[in-house]
Design a protein around this ligand. Structure first.
Ligand code: NI
Length: 256
């Protein structure tokens, strides 16, 4: 049986500790997996730029992650623009968004930088890879108000089915990661069962959130197949069907 082509829409392959980038990328290549690597601050944008030039099955996003917004400046936006204009393998803005889980002391700054990066993505005409943790209402309000033309993706979706449906009404895609394989992840399983396949994307968010059966060990981008498998189990369809649908969606969104 041929391995279906899978696009892993969020992998920090450059942050793995136990596996070299070379090995992790090779494991993906062997299994027909393409990965998209986000950046998270004003320095890692350059790292992602270099990384995607080295491997043909890696693409990248540039953006500043909510926890790192204190490093964001006008210069960061200029750097991002330069990278995008000179590297066609940078295919989105991410990861950007709001995170109220760890530290709520700079929520206003998070919002401000999120809005700036949405407007930037609109200008560049690129999709947005969005990190949203315990900030669902604000994230959606800001997207409704400021996002004009960028396709938005909720990365590592952790919200309710109702909220997912609200997102989908606005054309926002739902990316599901390894959490769906966790026994107690009732909400994410419910989302995996019920959202239209047309709005599903797959990701691993490695090195975090390792799927079963490797939970407790370091995650890697090739484990994306366990995510696809669990979603297939939840829906009572084949893994190939899930993988193919998600890949078609990713190909529609991204210039890969
Ligand atoms: Ni991430």
């Amino acid at each position: 049986m041929e391995t279906p082509y899978i696009i892993n829409t969020h992998s920090h392959v450059n942050m793995l500790k136990e596996l070299s980038v070379e090995q992790a990328v090779k494991n993906c290549k062997d299994e027909n997996i393409t990965i998209i690597v986000p950046s998270y601050d004003d320095k890692s944008i350059f790292e992602v730029d270099e990384l995607v030039k080295k491997y043909d099955n890696i693409y990248g996003y540039v953006g500043v992650f909510p926890e790192e917004v204190k490093c964001f400046s006008d210069k960061t936006l200029l750097d991002m623009e330069n990278i995008i204009k000179n590297n066609p393998k940078i295919i989105g803005v991410g990861e950007v968004g709001l995170d109220y889980y760890w530290d709520k002391s700079f929520v206003e700054l998070q919002k401000e930088v999120f809005i700036k990066q949405i407007e930037f993505a609109n200008e560049m005409n690129l999709p947005l890879n969005i990190h949203c943790r315990e900030a669902f209402g604000d994230t959606l309000d800001i997207l409704k108000k400021y996002n004009k033309n960028s396709t938005a993706i909720m990365h590592c979706y952790s919200g309710s089915l109702d909220f997912a449906k609200e997102c989908i009404k606005l054309g926002i895609y739902i990316a599901i990661g390894g959490v769906v394989t966790f026994k107690n992840a009732i909400k994410v399983k419910e989302v995996a069962q019920n959202i239209p396949l047309e709005y599903l994307l797959l990701e691993t968010d490695d090195p975090y959130l390792t799927p079963v059966p490797f939970r407790g060990k370091e995650n890697q981008p090739a484990y994306i197949k366990y995510v696809a498998q669990e979603i297939a189990n939840q829906r009572g369809i084949s893994t190939d069907e899930v993988a193919n649908a998600a890949t078609q969606n990713a190909l529609k969104i991204f210039d890969i």
